[in-house]
Design a protein. Structure first.
Lengths: 528, 205
């Protein structure tokens, strides 16, 4: 890779050129993506050899987990305590909490099992906001069209229709559960524009939208009749004799022992995959984002889609190194912050869809116009100082978290631009679901990032927070309706015999076990 | 040029670091596994509470491990303990905002017993004026109290430092929630909901 421009030289260029207003030249988008987006790197893809997606393209690191052995077998379950409930929710982020809340409101008994603490999730870190077409010059149809287009026309239209039509009611529901949003002087919700969209549609609370959402929902769940099992990651799903999902096995991180939870419906809300660090990228994700739910659902026979498509968010911190991967919200580009290369020049319309902007940054770096300080510190500038100069006090008011991040790095974003580089952010695909949130396995709902189809092959800002609440609510409600008098009589892990047979047939080594639960550097120690 | 090593002590273990890094990264760097007490790594989930003493100082501060940059001679202890809440309420039990104050004191009876020891404020890793927030809530100024808790990540340090068993963080979230529940009524959102209810929008594929 071509060496770039040193940080010091690039800072000089920045100060010399920052007042120039140059419109960047139009880039050929398909060509740009093909050459520079990590999804198009054929060497990182393999074909799946077992399971419902046999033959499909999949990222190698994910394929290794999808095709590894289970952690448990029958012997581990001897003497394991058995609990019974109506609805088992797996995952304690926004989607899981929404599902658990709604199921409880509908009168179902519920257990929410989560790997760490309730609220430990990517939701809490979401900054930008949540999409809902509420402005006069906007319509659900425009929201629909933007989502489909940004997803390269691969999204499931029925799911997108549900998403955009439910969006305003999702906001109402959140407010009714006590979530605040930024308002103007008339009490209207203020909106900002997401990259790749045609109207101001993102509602938000400062750059703490996810934090505000999560602490509200967490409080809601804790005050409801939901049994919360913290530090209890799910390590396997259970079925009844007809293949219907019938509960799960959780492993207590404190006691290292297994517990069987029988449930009439299971809602998988385990989130994404960032901590697998695909293609060696840094990530903006929570420590627990290791694709557990995706793998367990796949083993049970759930069909997945778009598992070769991931989102690399354009603006992750790149300097100093200990902050690598931390996210700077897209909201700040939406508010007018520019991206500048090492020469101090703009190179892309900052509000193009995320995959375009990311590819453009990677292009600048690959062609030597990026900033490269050696030792893995490379990227382009995010021009926060100009934003502050044009509108003093603006950063304080709208982006307190960006200033806090600056404080951590000993960089003042009001005076010095931030060095940023794309960071692994989101799993675009996931388990195939229908409009009720149910996967291809009866009794197994998948909601939030673990599900696929809403976003096609690229997600726009604000549609993730929308999706988790929209489909979390739907699944919670549907699952509660499903409850009938008696639970499942017999539960088994029969599907693991099938898995092991298939793996042996395909000649795959059963040396590694999944789900991963945590990245190796957290489990064993070692550099992050 | 080789930078000077940074020597720290974390959870009783001496650790030498080649470059500055966060307390969590330091534990991992030294080869110790750690998943309890780790969360978002961005300072918003409140999982990684630590006690910190800096070289030569006697003061002990409470901070977040992912946001604490290691310095030579620093002593750090991770605090991994549950922070149980002993209050319970449902927003839907509040039928109108005239009853909020009475309801608040019913749910959080200890809040009015604040001794003003400022333990909560000192313990807050986000520099929130927690004690003032509790005072405002007791007076019924819920919106103002809630505003103070803007950056609260629910780490629970304030709760563990309160001799009266007030749960200031939950008080703060209560204040924020009732403000939204009763007072956020945006006309742009309400108009759109009404239009959707009347069937004005159909999606064309």
């Amino acid at each position: 890779m071509a060496k770039g421009i040193s940080r010091q030289a690039a800072l000089k260029n920045y100060h010399a050129n920052r007042d120039k207003t140059v419109t960047p030249e139009e880039l050929d988008v398909p060509e740009l993506l093909k050459k520079f987006h990590p999804d198009y790197d054929e060497t990182s893809m393999v074909s799946l050899q077992v399971g419902p997606n046999k033959g499909d393209k999949c990222h190698k690191q994910l394929a290794d987990l999808l095709q590894s052995d289970a952690m448990i077998d029958e012997a581990d379950l001897a003497g394991a305590p058995v609990y019974e409930t109506d609805v088992l929710v797996i995952g304690g982020g926004g989607a899981g909490c929404a599902a658990a809340l709604v199921a409880a409101e509908k009168g179902a008994r519920g257990i929410l099992a989560t790997k760490l603490r309730l609220g430990d999730s990517n939701t809490v870190m979401a900054e930008g906001g949540i999409q809902a077409s509420i402005e006069k010059n906007d319509t659900p149809q425009m929201h629909f069209d933007d989502t489909i287009k940004a997803g390269h026309h691969c999204a499931d239209k029925k799911l997108v229709e549900k998403l955009v039509m439910e969006a305003p009611d999702v906001i109402r529901w959140l407010i009714q559960h006590g979530m605040q949003f930024d308002e103007n002087q008339f009490g209207d919700l203020v909106t900002r524009r997401a990259g790749g969209t045609s109207a101001d549609r993102v509602v938000y609370y400062r750059d703490y939208t996810g934090l505000e959402m999560m602490r509200t929902l967490r409080e809601g769940v804790l005050n409801r009749n939901v049994d919360v099992w913290e530090y209890n990651p799910v390590v396997e799903l259970l079925t009844n004799e007809s293949g219907h999902c019938a509960g799960a096995i959780v492993m207590s991180l404190n006691k290292k022992s297994y517990t069987i939870i029988k449930a009439q419906a299971v809602i998988m809300a385990t989130g994404g995959i960032g901590r697998l660090h695909l293609n060696g990228f840094p990530t903006s994700n929570h420590i627990g984002a290791t694709a557990d739910g995706l793998i367990l659902a796949y083993r049970l026979g759930a069909k997945l889609r778009d598992i070769d498509s991931f989102q690399y968010h354009p603006t992750g911190m790149a300097y100093p190194r200990h902050m690598a991967g931390s996210l700077i919200t897209e909201g700040i580009r939406s508010a007018g912050a520019r991206l500048l290369n090492g020469l101090g020049e703009r190179f892309i319309d900052e509000l193009k869809p995320r995959d375009c902007v990311t590819s453009a940054i990677l292009k600048e770096c690959a062609e030597g116009r990026g900033i490269d300080d050696g030792d893995g510190v490379k990227g382009v500038w995010l021009d926060t100082p100009t934003l502050e100069r044009e509108n003093p006090g603006f950063l304080e008011k709208r982006f307190p978290k960006v200033l806090l991040t600056g404080k951590m790095c000993k960089i003042n974003p009001k005076e010095e631009p931030l060095l940023i580089y794309p960071t692994l952010h989101y799993q675009n695909g996931g388990a195939v679901i229908d409009e009720k949130g149910i996967s291809t396995v009866p009794g197994l709902y998948c909601v939030g990032e673990v599900s696929g189809g809403m976003h096609g092959r690229n997600r726009i800002m604000g549609n993730a927070l929308l999706e988790i609440i929209c489909f979390g609510r739907i699944a919670g409600s549907e699952a509660a309706e499903l409850i009938h008098g008696r639970g499942h009589k017999k539960v088994t892990i029969e599907h693991l015999s099938r898995l092991r047979r298939e793996l042996t047939h395909a000649g795959l080594p059963m040396v590694s076990k999944s789900p991963a639960l945590f990245p190796d550097y957290a489990k064993q120690g070692g550099g992050s | 040029m080789k930078e000077k090593e940074i020597n720290v002590n974390i959870n009783g273990k001496d650790i030498a670091l080649p470059t500055p890094m966060s307390a969590i990264q330091a534990v991992w760097h030294a080869g110790y596994p750690m998943v309890h007490g780790v969360g978002c790594l961005e300072g918003v989930c409140g999982a990684c509470k630590v006690l910190v003493r800096r070289a030569g100082g006697t003061e002990i501060t409470t901070e977040l491990g992912c946001q604490t940059m290691t310095e030579d001679g620093m002593q750090i202890i991770f605090l991994v303990f549950p922070t149980p809440n002993h209050h319970s309420y449902e927003l839907s039990d509040l039928k109108n905002s005239w009853e909020t104050q009475g309801h608040f004191h019913h749910v959080f009876p200890e809040a009015a017993h604040c001794r003003h020891c400022s333990g909560c404020t000192k313990s807050c890793p986000k520099d929130i004026d927690v004690e003032k927030g509790v005072d405002l809530a007791v007076e019924g100024k819920f919106r103002e109290a809630g505003e103070l808790f803007l950056e609260c990540v629910m780490c629970g340090l304030c709760l563990t430092s309160c001799p009266e068993r007030i749960t200031p963080n939950h008080v703060g979230i209560f204040c924020r929630r009732v403000s939204a529940y009763f007072h956020i009524r945006p006309s742009n959102l309400i108009n759109r909901l009404e239009e959707i209810r009347k069937g004005r929008f159909k999606i064309e594929y």
